[in-house]
Design a protein around this ligand. Structure first.
Ligand code: SF4
Length: 425
């Protein structure tokens, strides 16, 4: 298939596909799906081998958010029966984080509901970061606290944060239909603040909110322009009691196409399968490991994932390996600081895979390299609070079936952070 050969060539060179090529991936048929997975899998293995990075979510503050993100179980007016609690103490958060690290996670993601942190909140999270780093040598810490004010990213970096998550969620054109209390541009600004402070930027999307294929391509191209190190791909968790609670549009096959498109557009970034993995990919989860190089271990912010052991078994059974703490996630040309933060601006890409392999068995050569740096409020909208992010009518071709609800697969989180029960890790 000429399209896939072209996309592999471009992926190995970090060259941006055209919008038409990205759209064509989303339009492939089920008969072509394994070819799409195989092609995007070549790009994934070129940059990340067969490694899978595990990340662990700790919800520091749950529910009661004043923002109105339609996808979110923690939003203003949400009737979802989620856990609601205020800030965990540093020791409580560290205890939850330690369970994830013991389960194999090399990154802990500290998430708090809300529009953005106060300076006092930043102090509080700084203490939590210190507690986690003291107990877990070498662990990466990502903060996800919402829209940042001036100076807060620098303070988090100084406190030891390696990364900051703030998702774009959906296209600029669609953003106002899912959230009215902050804007797409607010989100872009926070990602840029994080990057300017030397934090590794983590920013992704939520699919399944009824957006069009064009919207999906727009947001992924918007992400590539921002050039985050990590790109979480959430599949909407339609929580009953939220405005998008009936939006069941995704099929496992289409989730794979979306992940493949993201891999082709952001070939050398950590592509992470985030919220909604279990309920939308279902039995096709292992195929998604050929596209993404990163997942969350265990539970999400307000819903339960499959057991942590099932995650580990799936990785092993599919022939992948959990990325060790001593391994660098990102390819060398993307990484200049622990955790992958390009501390002082972007360096020119060398298009050298992380394991140092040359392009001997690939079609591209280093001479062909171009493009990685020329990538043409609320909380991060983080993994598991809803997409854990519009139009509410899915774009569907006539031959596609209508939505089938899998609401029975959505289990609200009742264990781990904020409870007396052991975390799932
Ligand atoms: S995504 Fe974040 S900002 Fe938006 S409602 Fe949920 S917790 Fe609040």
């Amino acid at each position: 298939m000429d399209l896939l050969n072209t996309l592999v060539d471009k992926g190995l060179r970090c060259e941006l596909p055209t919008r038409e090529e990205a759209l064509a991936v989303l339009a492939t048929s089920d008969d072509e799906l394994l070819d799409v997975v195989a092609a995007a899998g070549r790009v994934r293995r070129h940059w990340f081998g067969r490694r899978v990075k595990l990340n662990y979510l700790v919800n520091l503050k749950s529910g009661l958010c004043p923002e109105d993100c339609s996808y979110c179980s923690q939003r203003l007016g949400s009737q979802a029966g989620i856990l609601k609690y205020t800030w965990l103490k540093p020791g409580e958060a560290a205890q939850a984080a330690a369970a994830g690290v013991a389960g194999g996670a090399k990154r802990v993601c500290l998430v708090a509901s809300g529009r953005g942190p106060t300076d006092h909140d930043v102090d509080r999270v700084s203490g939590t970061i210190a507690a986690i780093k003291e107990q877990n040598e070498g662990v990466e810490v990502c903060a996800c606290l919402g829209l940042l004010s001036a100076g807060q990213a620098e303070r988090l970096r100084t406190a030891g944060a390696d990364a900051y998550n703030h998702n774009l969620n959906t296209s600029a054109a669609t953003y106002g239909a899912i959230t009215t209390t902050h804007t797409y541009d607010d989100r872009v600004d926070t990602v840029r603040q994080a990057q300017s402070a030397g934090l590794s930027a983590c920013s992704g999307l939520i699919a399944g909110m009824g957006e069009s294929s064009e919207d999906l391509v727009d947001v992924v191209f918007g992400l590539r322009a921002l050039d985050p190190d990590s790109v979480p791909v959430n599949f909407l968790i339609p929580f009953e009691g939220t405005p998008l609670g009936a939006e069941w549009h995704l099929t496992p096959q289409h989730c794979l196409r979306i992940l493949a498109m993201v891999r082709f557009v952001c070939p050398d970034a950590e592509v992470r399968i985030a919220g909604g993995r279990e309920i939308h990919l279902r039995t096709l989860q292992p195929l998604a490991l050929h596209l993404a190089n990163s997942i969350f271990l265990g539970d999400y912010l307000t819903s339960e994932g499959q057991a942590g052991k099932a995650d580990l078994d799936m990785i092993a059974d599919a022939g992948f390996e959990v990325e060790g703490a001593g391994t660098t996630t990102l390819p060398g040309h993307r990484r200049t600081a622990p955790g992958g933060a390009p501390a002082d601006g972007r360096t020119a890409p060398s298009c050298t895979p992380a394991d140092g392999r040359a392009h001997a068995d690939d079609r591209a050569t280093a001479d062909d390299c171009r493009g990685a740096n020329g990538h043409t409020g609320g909380c991060g909208g983080a993994s598991g609070c809803g997409g854990e992010a519009g139009r509410t009518t899915a774009e569907r071709s006539p031959e596609q079936p209508g939505p089938v609800s899998h609401a029975d697969l959505v289990a609200l989180r009742r264990r781990g952070a904020g409870t007396d029960l052991a975390p799932n890790a």
